[in-house]
Design a protein around this ligand. Structure first.
Ligand code: COA
Length: 435
């Protein structure tokens, strides 16, 4: 889970920042160098120009990101970012997820640009930022002295009017090191991944991860459709998190004084119109694609195309968002595979089916506007308190224990694995970790 951090988190944030800086080779402050007290951190967390985000895995602080804004008119469109993930939680998707939350908050605040610096030898951080759509603006020569040696830093930025994929496509010149993808090359990659005609696939995707795609998101969807053919079925999550109870919102949270008004005025969910949130450019286009249907769950819908599309979606309802009657239950009956196109296990929606089956996962009250007896009404419903924060770690454990087919398509690291057996694994893993 990623949430905003405030002054009440001072102790946690101080310990986390100290821990990350002790182990990181290329951060501004060296090990133990930052001489801040818990009170300093509390003050900073409450400051007017900082926005802190905390990644928590099973209740433990795993990583943080901070977005610094500037009150000056000439700088009010820009924020700079610093982030760190504790060594034990690295390579589980937290860095990527934190950047997504920062970007979402920045868009909500009307910012136009995010900036950061990264030491040139910090290859892991550079790879993360590059995949998230950040581009090099210049190099600060000998900007750091690390162990007495000069180290250059890249100044990187991301313009926010564009999606990650558009940012790649609109660079003044696309670098030769960027992969060139076409419908055909993606179909070949999918075949190498083991995708066959007639397959049912639950697809999670990141367009910007591919590099440059001739035809953009549409080319990726066309390639998926070609690879499974008319006898196949393609499903993507089409979640619209804004169609939910504002009391549960965290990125951004809204003032509690607004909640009643938001509930009263939230537009009805409309499968044709309601935008997806945080699903990526490909999933957002897919839900509008010819022949694609979308289920009627206001917050956790799925979109589907192909032979079994209607059957996969027809029983989905609030109250069983990710259980037996949801598209996940039906995909399991179809022996579907999960496909990651440039995304990680943090996006493994399928693992929610494991949560739905665990009695240890508690229920919560959720809400959305719905039609009741012909009248628009705010309806509350009970469902599991789903939590995807352990999925990255669970997926890593799954991958250590099972053969997962991996292929790089363009620049995108892609994976395919069976939904049914991975859900069984996730159920056992989650039960153990929920104890
Ligand atoms: C850089 C940092 C924030 C990355 O966080 P993270 O949670 O490990 O990153 P993610 O798991 O989200 O990685 C996303 C992708 O970035 C790339 N990446 C991240 N770390 C990498 C590494 N060490 N080597 C190569 N690629 C890396 C990978 O492509 C990765 O995807 P994959 O795991 O599916 O291959 C983290 O390593 C860190 O905090 N390092 C120390 C502090 C630091 O350097 N902060 C940045 C200062 S500019």
């Amino acid at each position: 889970m990623i949430r905003r951090a405030g002054p009440e988190d001072a102790k946690t944030v101080k310990e986390l920042v100290d821990h990350v800086e002790t182990h990181a080779a290329y951060m501004l402050a060296g090990p133990g160098e930052r001489d801040h007290t818990e009170e300093d951190v509390r003050h900073m967390l409450g400051g007017p120009h900082t926005n802190w985000f905390l990644a928590e895995e099973m209740g433990t602080a795993a990583g943080y990101a901070v977005m610094f804004t500037n009150g000056m008119k000439r700088k009010k469109h820009v924020a700079s970012i610093v982030m760190g993930v504790a060594p034990a939680y690295q390579r589980r998707g937290w860095g990527r997820a934190l950047l997504r939350e920062v970007e979402c908050a920045a868009r909500t605040m009307g910012l136009g640009k995010l900036e950061l610096t990264v030491a040139v030898p910090n290859k892991g951080a550079y790879a993360l930022y590059e995949q998230a759509g950040y581009r090099i603006e210049g190099t600060k020569a000998a900007s750091l002295l690390i162990d007495g040696s000069p180290v250059d830093e890249y100044m990187m930025s991301r313009k926010l009017e564009e999606t990650g994929a558009e940012a790649v496509m609109k660079q003044q010149a696309v670098s030769e090191n960027t992969a060139l993808n076409t419908v055909d090359s993606i179909v070949r990659g999918l075949e190498e991944l083991g995708v066959r005609q007639g397959d049912a696939l639950l697809v999670h995707s990141s367009l910007s991860a591919f590099g440059w795609v001739n035809g953009g998101a549409a080319a990726v969807i066309d390639a998926l459709q070609e690879a499974v053919g008319p006898s196949g079925t393609i499903v993507m999550p089409a979640q619209s998190g804004d169609w939910s109870d504002p009391k549960n919102w965290g990125a951004p949270a809204v003032p509690s004084a607004w909640w009643e008004e938001i509930r009263r005025t939230m537009p009805l969910y409309d499968p044709e119109k309601t935008p997806t949130r945080g699903m990526g450019t490909i999933a957002e286009l897919f839900r509008t694609y010819p022949g694609v249907h979308r289920s009627l769950h206001p917050a956790d819908s799925f979109a589907a195309w192909g032979k079994e599309a209607s059957w996969v979606l027809e029983t989905h309802q609030p109250g069983d968002s990710f259980g037996e009657t949801s598209p996940l239950g039906r995909l399991e009956q179809l022996d579907a595979d999960i496909l990651f196109l440039g995304t990680g296990y943090d996006t493994a929606t399928g693992f929610h089916l494991a949560e739905a089956r665990l009695s240890e996962v508690e229920t919560e009250t959720r809400g959305a506007p719905m039609m009741k007896d012909g009248v628009r009404t705010w309806v509350e419903y009970e469902d599991k308190a789903y939590d995807s924060s352990p999925f990255a770690a669970c997926g890593q454990a799954y991958e250590e224990a099972h053969q997962v087919r991996k292929v790089t398509i363009g620049d995108a690291a892609c994976r395919r694995f069976p939904l049914k057996s991975s859900v069984v694994f996730a159920g056992e893993w989650l039960r153990k970790h929920l104890e």
